[in-house]
Design a protein around this ligand. Sequence first.
Ligand code: MG
Length: 191
Amino acid sequence: MQKDKVLRVGFDLDGVLLYNPARILRPFAQFLRPFIFRKKSRKFYFPNTRIEKIVWRLLHKSSMWIAPGMKDILELAKEKKIEAYIITARYDFLKHDFEGWVKKIDGSKLFTGHHYNITNQQPHLYKEHMIEKLDLDIFVEDNWGIVQHLSKQFKTKVKVFWIYNIFDKNINYTYKFPTLKNVAEWLKKNT
Ligand SMILES: [Mg+2]
């Protein structure tokens, strides 16, 4: 990586910039799995009915806290060591909640851009498209299915960082990090 180039880094929202305590409860995560990624069809679930949308909103309400490490990310952006983007595949009907979080996270407007999935594309395809469009060097993601898809698509062109949870700690992957704080430390060392 060249030192003179500002790294363009995209951050997923849920599970990356926002800490979701529900992720560490295994039975709950197990229960959610079919809703999150259908392995066979490699398709994500899209909530269609009103009731499904309400449940979906509630699930996203469980992203409750800004992740520790956020301060360091903002610092890196402020010092122009990175150009930071928020890229979430949240669907259009979560717009309101998304904008609320953007205000909370980036009140001082240090991120270069905030993007969500306004046309309701499949999450992994949406992220692939945005990484390409914004010409990112690094993308930070917590969903292993999406990490696998993106790292396969981009090979060495884009580093896909994975924030894993404790149950996935045995999976072998080069750029795996336990928390956002560890990602920030890597960025500090490498920018
Ligand atoms: Mg996520």
